[in-house]
Design a protein around this ligand. Structure first.
Ligand SMILES: Nc1ncnc2c1ncn2[C@@H]1O[C@H](COP(=O)(O)OP(=O)(O)OP(=O)(O)O)[C@@H](O)[C@H]1O
Length: 231
């Protein structure tokens, strides 16, 4: 396996508050890294650092200068345009040549099962369809590395399953995933590696097998048992 991205002592402070303590991390090609931890433990901050959206102290090193990456947020940011134009605009912003955009958008919408919705306003889609549109936009960029921030958090069980199946299929195509989730079953099903964060520190970095079968640091054990006040 090849390291796609490396963080070297990345630290994020918001005023007096340290949201991410010095974190050194390598992401290997083909990994499906699951970020677990209570609210406020630093999962989104770490994702934003990894994606290059968050200023931080330390270094972020790419193995390949042309690494293609995309991020899908918990609540997709959709423009008041058609489903089709949301995808085409994302392709334009990412620098995909004009001549390639229509075919790429068509394939992306087909990939997530939204072909029939292409001309609908994006804002009228259901929550699950909106998240599939966000996945289509990301898939259209053909990322090697896909960041997902609680992508199924607000979805009903059916939509959750659909979105999870798409994420699984993207990974099977060779996309490397880094995903935060509060859904332990999902982390078990999708992950090849689990990072447990607490108060901005990575307390465990283990295979799902090792993480879910212990032994773990006490905080992580409590989190898993659901005994912490916020879980
Ligand atoms: N822009 C910001 N300004 C100030 N504090 C922030 C900012 N962004 C995050 N924080 C703080 O940093 C800490 C980590 O937040 P973060 O959103 O990374 O946690 P999280 O694990 O993703 O939480 P959740 O599960 O609720 O999404 C929290 O204490 C949060 O309040």
């Amino acid at each position: 396996m090849t390291a796609l991205l490396r963080l070297d002592a990345a630290t994020v402070r918001f005023g007096d508050h340290t949201a991410l303590h010095p974190t050194t991390l390598q992401i290997q090609s083909g990994e499906r890294l699951m970020l677990l931890g209570a609210n406020g433990s630093g999962k989104t901050t770490l994702l934003r650092v990894l994606h290059g959206l968050q200023l931080f102290e330390g270094r972020r090193l790419l193995a390949d200068q042309v690494l293609r990456q995309a991020m899908v947020a918990q609540r997709p940011f959709l423009l008041s345009l058609s489903v089709w134009h949301n995808v085409v605009l994302a392709l334009w912003l990412a620098g995909v040549p004009r001549g390639q955009r229509p075919e790429r958008a068509r394939q992306a919408l087909a990939r997530v099962g939204l072909t029939d919705m292409a001309q609908r306003p994006a804002r009228v889609l259901s929550g699950g369809q909106q998240q599939r549109l966000a996945l289509a936009r990301a898939w259209g960029l053909q990322p090697q590395l896909l960041f997902l921030d609680e992508p199924t958090a607000n979805l009903d069980p059916g939509a959750k399953r659909e979105v999870e199946a798409l994420i699984e299929a993207f990974a099977a195509e060779g996309m490397t995933l880094v995903m935060s989730t509060h859904n332990l079953g999902q982390a078990k099903r999708l992950g090849t590696r689990v990072l447990y964060l607490e108060a901005g520190k990575v307390l465990a970095d283990l295979s799902p097998q090792a993480f879910f079968n212990g032994p773990l640091p006490q905080e992580a054990q409590l989190f898993l048992k659901g005994e912490l006040p916020w879980s």
